[in-house]
Design a protein around this ligand. Structure first.
Ligand SMILES: *[C@@H]1O[C@H](CO)[C@@H](O)[C@H](O)[C@H]1NC(C)=O
Ligand SMILES: *[C@@H]1O[C@H](CO)[C@@H](O)[C@H](O)[C@H]1NC(C)=O
Ligand SMILES: *[C@@H]1O[C@H](CO)[C@@H](O)[C@H](O)[C@H]1NC(C)=O
Length: 383
């Protein structure tokens, strides 16, 4: 009887500790002026943010967030000064419209320049940039101009493998593959239904339908992607689709396959929900930024989902990152409050914020040890 009560109290206490510790979003940085939609961390905790140009012409594109919230443009100089109103030259060597940033296993920073502002294609500006974080200098620029990108083409996000970069292209919907050594670029699956906007999906964020400036359901073609830790499978999805699509990297990089053959090898993956951003930890768990519920889910490689947090402050959780010490960093982009996603009305409330939440299993291990200790104690004194 007493043992039972103690046990139930112990389990109750455990769940309480667990839920309380796990449920808390902590604000780590704010951007008073410029919208951000991505965060990336190095292994030793340097933090970077990516700033698109969806909320206005002026922005700084890429910055390091220093302690005490100092936002320092990176790499600096002319890279960060492009402005579509008054400073539009040299687009090959400047950030025109950064849509994604990523740190790789060697702590290089990768930057995706969409090559498009709003619906305006800026010729020769779509590119992937590698920044060496030892010296904060641009090490290599991978232009995609050789694709002769069609009107509407927009690079979106990137994942880096040993030999390739894989990018989603979200203007028309396709996948772009860059050979990191040769710089050779290919574009595939641009006619495949998996890369297209899943009409007639209408997504609601903060209770409002996500509508473009003309009041039509916002179209979001191929957007989120993840590469499994073994580099064998690429997952991708349009933001508003309800499932992942999967393709083997061996097929994706096999140039002898025709588009039809490649398309036939695309497999429907796990069920998800409309997501503002995703990230994967090194065990292959994916963290999904659930737009409609303002929540974050962990999806195991087997597809099962568990809730990490639900919080009204996650107003379009965007491209997140997992830190070496086991926190998930979540940038809040408020995209759904921008005119282009909100039926022409601007409802953004500055500043923009980045939160983090503990996600690793250290706490659970500690709680389990506490439970084991209580059980041993009970066995000794009670039983
Ligand atoms: C362009 O305009 C921005 C303000 O939007 C200003 O900060 C910047 O200095 C201007 N650049 C040039 C080259 O005039
Ligand atoms: C681009 O957007 C502007 C308004 O932002 C609109 O007037 C124009 O028709 C659009 N052009 C295309 C090609 O969609
Ligand atoms: C590429 O695809 C062709 C056709 O299916 C196949 O014969 C070949 O083995 C593949 N190459 C590689 C490296 O997988």
């Amino acid at each position: 009887m007493l043992e039972n009560l103690l046990l139930r109290t112990a389990i109750g206490l455990l769940i309480f500790i667990h839920v309380n510790a796990q449920n808390q979003l902590v604000e780590v940085a704010t951007s008073p002026e410029y919208q951000w939609n991505g965060v990336a961390l190095t292994k030793n905790g340097r933090m970077f943010a990516g700033f698109p140009r969806s909320a206005g012409d002026a922005t700084i594109s890429v910055a390091e967030i220093l302690p005490t919230n100092v936002i320092k443009a990176l790499p600096g100089g002319d890279w960060n000064t492009f402005n579509p109103i008054n400073s539009t030259e040299n687009v090959e060597n400047r950030f025109v419209n950064v849509n994604a940033i990523l740190t790789d296993v060697n702590d290089n920073l990768w930057v995706v320049d969409a090559g498009m502002i709003g619906n305006r294609t800026i010729r020769n500006s779509a590119k992937l940039i590698k920044i060496n974080l030892q010296n904060n200098m641009v090490e290599r620029i991978y232009s995609v101009s050789s694709l002769n990108p069609p009107e509407g083409f927009a690079l979106n996000d990137v994942r880096i493998a040993s030999q390739y970069a894989f990018l989603t292209e979200s203007g028309i919907g396709s996948i772009v593959i860059i050979n990191l050594q040769s710089g050779r670029v290919r574009r595939v699956l641009d006619k495949h239904p998996s890369t297209k906007f899943d009409a007639p999906t209408v997504v609601r964020v903060e209770g409002r339908k996500v509508l473009d400036e003309n009041g039509e359901p916002k179209k979001m073609p191929n957007n989120n992607l993840e590469l499994t830790p073994d580099e064998k499978t690429l997952l991708y999805k349009p933001s508003f689709s309800y499932n992942w699509w999967r393709i083997s990297v061996a097929d994706l990089t096999n140039e002898s396959l025709t588009e039809t053959q490649l398309g036939d090898r695309v497999i429907k993956g796990s069920e998800t929900m409309p997501t503002g951003g995703t990230t994967m930890d090194n065990e292959g768990n994916i963290y999904l930024m659930d737009l409609e519920r303002r929540a974050v889910w962990r999806q195991k490689p087997d597809g099962s989902l568990s809730l990490i947090v639900r919080d009204d402050r996650i107003i379009w959780g965007d491209a997140s990152d997992v830190s070496a010490d086991g926190f998930l960093y979540i940038p809040v982009s408020q995209n759904n409050r921008l005119p282009g996603f909100n039926n022409g009305v601007n409802q953004v409330e500055k500043p923009y914020r980045i939160y983090r939440i503990k996600i690793n299993s250290a706490l659970r291990t500690k709680s389990v040890s506490v439970l084991v200790l209580i059980l041993i104690f009970m066995k000794f004194f009670v039983g």
